[in-house]
Each structure stands twice: as structure tokens, then as C-alpha cells.
Design a protein around this ligand. Structure first.
Ligand SMILES: O=C(O)CCC(=O)C(=O)O
Length: 282
């Protein structure tokens, strides 16, 4: 891992390319546990983010290639990425431009407004390049909440998921259970359990969103307790997307395993005292 980047040495203001959260968005967020904001990140900034992810991940494709030799290279790149210790997590620890991107004050401001907190810390980020099923490396996300995965001592946490390309219904966009942020924290092991079996009442109580296209640059903000899932990418395109988490700056670290926070010497039951986790708002 590279040494931590000092925010004040690298900051480039990208605010002309980033949208705003309105009072109406905040109302929807607290009503539904999720809010979509079209055009939140301008296309040119989405393209820059994809380029950084391509360079970092070694996955340089927009779609499943037709040439068998290229297909082999595609699969080899994906397999090599899976071998990496932090897999698709924590690009900012390797790439200063991405550190600058995820710590943009406007993203922090958006999170502060949505969470209704005074101050926000940047915590995690994940590449969600969902690969076409035909590559043999497609994946689904079973129903889960994120909060059990986030090593903080409270629930003021918001995921910012951004479609870096147009995500059509066949590319496996997320589904949400509307209002389910008001349910209790569930399990951490979404790969061993099926929420439809463990918590069938959720699916009776909360309406599920419909599969719809999420255009490039659209932000999907959901609360850390909102139940969500996503299906296979049955198209022949790579579903380039990214998520990141911002939390109440008062949060304490719990010590739970997370690739974004592991191995940095953070002390459980203390604040996030490390340059990787700057306060990004105000
Ligand atoms: O990108 C997706 O399809 C799902 C992402 C997700 O479930 C998550 O980040 O918790």
C-alpha cells in the first residue's frame, strides 16, 4: 500500500462537475431510504473516473470482446484483480487523483444534507464494474444492508452509488426495498443467508423498486440500513459503476473487518484518526 496522501497537497476542486442535493431529495431520502439524483456527476467526470478505474484494475474493456484472444485477456485481467488483497476496494489508497475525487467537498456536503449531520468523514469506496455473465465472471448481490459491513458505531451513513455509464435494466442495476431503512440491522453474511428466507416480513412490508435504466452520472444515495440487491449483467457491456460511503464525522471505529479500513493501525473504540479518512465537510 502507498503512504497516505495529504489532502491539502492534492486537492483539485471538481465542483463544476458535481450536482446538489435539494430539500426535496432529503425528504425522499428519509421517506424511502433511497433517492436518485439524475445528472449528479457530469459525463466528462464519469469518463475520467472510468479511466482511473481501468488503469488501476487492469480491466480495459467497455464490453465483452468478440475476438476469443481478447476474451482470454479480459478473463485473465479479471482473475488477476481478484487475487489482489483489496480486490475492488479502496482505490484511493493507490491513486491520488481518486483520493481527490472521493474527498470532494460537494460530495461531503450532499452527505451532510442527506444525513442531517453537521460534519462528514469519507470512509470507503468500491468499484462496481459488474461484468457480463457471458464472461463467466458475472455476479449478483443478494439482498443486504450495508451497515453491518461498515465499521462504525452508529447508523449515520450514506452510500453514494454512481452510474459511470448508462446502466440499462439488463445490466443489473440495484433494487431497493422502499422505507426499509426503518427496519432493524440484519445480518452481515449476505452470501450465506437469503433475506427472503431469514426476514420474509421485509418483503411484505416494504415495496420493491422496479428495474429501470440509471443514466450515466445519476447518483443513487441510500441509507446504510436500506435493503438492496442487484441481478446479473446479462448484456454484453461492462456495467461501470462506483460506490462510496460517507459517515457522521463523530463516528467511532469498531474494528470490524473492512478492506477500506484494515491494516491501517486504526484503534477500535476511537475516532478515525488517520489521513485516509479526512473530514470532507464542512
Ligand atoms: O453495484 C451493485 O450492483 C450493488 C452494490 C451493492 O449492493 C453495495 O455496494 O452494497
Amino acid at each position: 500500500m502507498n503512504s497516505p496522501v495529504k489532502l491539502n497537497e492534492i486537492y483539485e476542486d471538481l465542483s463544476p462537475f458535481i450536482g446538489d442535493v435539494t430539500p426535496e431529495h432529503v425528504e425522499i431520502f428519509w421517506r424511502d431510504g433511497v433517492v436518485h439524483i439524475p445528472g449528479f456527476v457530469k459525463p466528462e467526470l464519469c469518463e475520467r473516473v472510468i479511466q482511473h478505474f481501468m488503469d488501476w484494475s487492469g480491466i480495459h474493456w467497455r464490453e465483452w470482446p468478440s475476438d476469443p484472444a481478447e476474451q482470454q485477456k479480459f478473463v485473465a485481467a479479471v482473475e488477476a484483480r481478484k487475487e489482489r488483497e483489496k480486490m475492488n476496494f479502496a482505490i484511493r489508497q493507490d491513486d491520488p487523483w481518486m483520493f481527490n475525487y472521493v474527498t470532494q467537498r460537494k460530495f461531503g456536503e450532499a452527505a451532510a444534507k442527506l444525513l442531517k449531520v453537521a460534519s462528514v468523514k469519507m470512509l470507503t469506496e468500491t468499484l462496481h464494474a459488474k461484468l457480463p455473465e457471458v464472461s463467466g465472471h458475472g455476479n449478483e448481490f443478494a439482498w443486504h444492508q450495508d451497515l453491518p459491513w461498515i465499521p462504525i458505531d452508529r447508523s449515520e451513513a450514506v452510500q453514494f452509488w454512481c452510474a459511470l455509464v448508462d446502466v440499462t435494466p439488463d445490466m443489473g442495476p440495484m433494487l431497493h426495498l422502499l422505507g426499509s431503512h426503518r427496519s432493524m440491522p440484519g445480518y452481515r453474511g449476505s452470501y450465506q443467508e437469503d433475506a427472503r428466507v431469514s426476514y420474509p416480513e421485509l418483503f411484505e412490508k416494504y415495496e420493491c423498486t422496479k428495474l429501470e435504466t440509471v443514466p450515466q452520472g445519476e447518483a443513487v444515495f441510500h441509507h446504510g440500513l436500506t435493503w438492496h440487491s442487484s441481478g446479473m449483467n446479462t448484456s454484453n457491456k461492462v456495467r461501470w459503476a462506483m460506490s462510496s460511503y460517507r459517515v457522521d464525522a463523530r463516528s467511532w471505529y469498531t474494528g470490524a473487518q473492512n478492506f477500506n479500513t484494515d491494516g491501517l493501525g486504526l484503534k477500535p473504540n476511537a475516532t478515525f484518526d488517520h489521513p485516509n479518512f479526512p473530514t470532507v465537510y464542512p
